[in-house]
Ligand binder design. Structure first.
Ligand SMILES: Cc1ncc(COP(=O)(O)O)c(C=O)c1O
Length: 335
């Protein structure tokens, strides 16, 4: 099922899970006079869509190359990454185990309801949503148990943020740049929500690769809006992951700390704790373009874009791309 993906690198395997390219929509003017563009990665298709489809195309190819008999991954109770891994497992006929925070709810809602619908096994740990290190330990324990039971699990860390997963966003960077030239503009910045750092690292790897190929080309700033303390609000980690990704892509050029911008000032108290700015950004986006943002990820990311614009960070007539990374199912969770 895995095939070689020559878009990334001749040695990199990829399975088709996402509907690509996703649209790049014109979003009109921001308050400052900058032009807004929305990259619709909420429309990647797989299991109702989102950014993780791009990572899973490479992570699942790795699983198939390794002859895995099942997938294992981990996340918060309403993890989009877990739901999309469950969808990938269904598409590829690989039983999928999800290690989740929280207790088993009486009724499954949102992402958990969909994960169960895709046939995944849900392992509720009772851990807090932001207890990332113990959630990762629980994933390691489950992986070992599956090995003892004779399985060959492909075990994917939180958010799918390995160098292999990040290749998906190095490829997305190229996709965005070619859509910009088709639509006759040059992007000044790409803004998106960052949490486990794989989306960010992949975009930075794409940027560094493009710069190495054409040092004269004007390339956008990559701006991640952080939404979770203690995961990857760590610039050094994103640089490291981007450089591991570049190595997999056979690229000699390196990312540096100057390539990685993480703005954590729109997170509020911590992961999944609502902010007024995110609620306002949700209304703004819904009224402007019928873009549906979620309170945990995309609304905080978009509130960052609007906040940077209000602070005067973007020039008049500059072109600012927001990557809508998805998150729709958590809108339908009642508590
Ligand atoms: C909707 C949504 N947006 C953004 C992100 C952040 O992506 P990353 O974990 O690659 O930083 C996630 C991660 O789970 C997500 O579900």
């Amino acid at each position: 099922m895995a095939r070689r993906c020559f878009v990334a690198h001749p040695r990199v395997s990829c399975v088709t899970l996402a509907t690509l390219p996703t649209p790049l929509e014109a979003g009109g003017k921001l308050q400052s006079g900058a032009n807004l563009w929305v990259k619709r990665d909420d429309l990647t298709g797989l299991g109702v869509g989102g950014n993780k489809a791009r990572k899973l195309e490479f992570l699942c190819a790795e699983a198939i190359d390794n002859d895995a008999t099942c997938l294992v991954t981990v996340g918060a109770a309403q993890s989009n990454h877990c739901r999309m891994t469950a969808a990938a497992g269904a598409r590829l006929n690989l039983p999928t185990h999800l290690v989740l925070s929280g207790e088993k709810p009486k009724n499954l809602e949102g992402n958990q309801m969909l994960s169960a619908m895709f046939g995944a096994h849900l392992h509720h740990t009772g851990l807090a949503a932001s207890d990332w290190s113990n959630l990762e330990l629980a994933r390691a324990e489950l992986t070992e148990k599956l090995i003892r039971d004779g399985q060959r699990p492909h075990s994917i860390p939180i958010g799918g943020s390995t160098a292999v997963g990040a290749i998906g966003y190095a490829v997305a960077f190229d996709e965005i740049i070619s859509q910009c030239s088709l639509q006759n503009f040059v992007a000044d910045a790409i803004v998106f929500t960052t949490s486990s750092g794989g989306t960010h690292a992949g975009l930075v790897a794409g940027l560094v690769r493009a710069r190495a190929n054409d040092p004269q080309k004007v390339l956008p700033k990559i701006i991640g809006i952080g939404v979770a303390k203690g995961v990857a609000l760590n610039t050094n980690r994103v640089v490291e992951l981007a450089n591991e990704t570049l190595t997999l892509l056979g690229e000699r050029a390196n990312a540096t700390i100057a390539d990685v911008i993480i703005d954590a000032s729109y997170m509020g108290a911590d992961y999944a704790i609502p902010t007024q700015a995110a609620a306002d950004a949700t209304t703004w986006a819904a009224h402007r373009g019928a873009w549906v943002l979620d309170p945990v990820y995309s609304a905080k990311g978009f509130s960052g874009l609007l906040g940077l614009d209000a602070n005067g960070d973007f020039g008049v007539d500059s072109n600012i791309i927001f990557i809508h990374t998805g998150g729709l199912p958590s809108l339908f969770v009642m508590h």
